[in-house]
Design a protein around this ligand. Structure first.
Ligand code: SF4
Length: 260
């Protein structure tokens, strides 16, 4: 197994946070402030499909970052060269497909999250200076130390980046992350993800229906639009369609909703 353990950033390497506006990364920033680890750059890659609550959290975190002396969140987006769409939702509608995660791929997050961030960093002066001197940029990844995140794919060091998993190093799981945020006097953000994300759990789909019926309708539109081309999967839920599930939702036990 590849070791991902890095205990602290080296002074000469710029520290970049790929911030998703969710629980883990918010807790990581709070812990950075407490441990006096100052990130040099905080990026949020906007797919265009986050839920309103997630966008609204920018109004919470930006003043906090200013108060602790951190740089503000910079929002980056996919910039098409030729494509007629610039959001994942429009791409799905234009191509008659679902987000790649529904087919078992990862290209939706690579294209709309990772690449825009890497592109920004590649033109960012401190990174260019670091690379010119033969160094690497340190990217902090917000996986927590809970069993689900511990199973996730880990990036290994490459030519330009080292990757650091601080929450894993510190042993902070999701409940601890929530506690860290509350102790800092901040509201706990909800789980960040596209409102049509195929990884959504059934209670989250129901939550979307109850809180944002307009967004649910747009998600169902993506699903309907892709239906003709679906061979091995049934819809956004992969083994089931969201629309079919919602029609039969009385058969499923409901939870209170998605608290992230
Ligand atoms: S949140 Fe889901 S749909 Fe959106 S980019 Fe990530 S994996 Fe794809």
């Amino acid at each position: 197994m590849v070791s991902t353990r890095i205990h602290a950033p080296r002074r000469e390497e710029p520290l970049v946070v790929a911030y998703g506006l969710g629980v883990d990364l918010t807790a990581m920033l709070v812990e950075f402030a407490r441990r006096k680890i100052r990130p040099d750059l905080i990026l949020f890659a906007d797919t265009g499909g986050e839920k309103p609550e997630t966008y609204q959290y920018l109004d919470v975190i930006q003043p906090y970052l200013r108060d602790v002396g951190f740089p503000p969140v910079i929002v980056v987006r996919y910039q098409p060269k030729w494509a007629v769409y610039d959001t994942l939702e429009d791409q799905c509608l234009h191509t008659g497909t679902l987000p790649s995660l529904a087919y078992g791929g990862k290209s939706c997050s690579i294209k709309y999250k990772r690449h825009p961030q890497d592109k920004y960093v590649s033109t960012w002066e401190p990174a260019q200076r670091c690379w010119a001197a033969g160094g690497k940029v340190l990217k902090a990844i917000g996986f927590d130390a809970g069993p689900a995140d511990m199973r996730r794919h880990r990036y290994v060091e490459d030519d330009r980046f080292r990757y650091w998993y601080p929450l894993v190093d510190w042993g902070h799981d999701r409940p601890r992350c929530q506690q860290i945020i509350e102790q800092a006097g901040l509201p706990v953000p909800m789980k960040s993800a596209c409102f049509y994300c195929p990884a959504s759990k059934k209670p989250e789909i129901v939550w979307l229906q109850e809180h944002h019926p307009d967004l649910l309708e747009r998600a169902l539109q993506i699903e309907r639009n892709a239906q003709e081309g679906l061979l091995t999967i049934k819809g956004l839920g992969r083994s089931y369609s969201w629309e079919g599930f919602l029609k039969r939702r009385d058969e499923f036990p409901l939870l209170d909703g998605c608290s992230g």
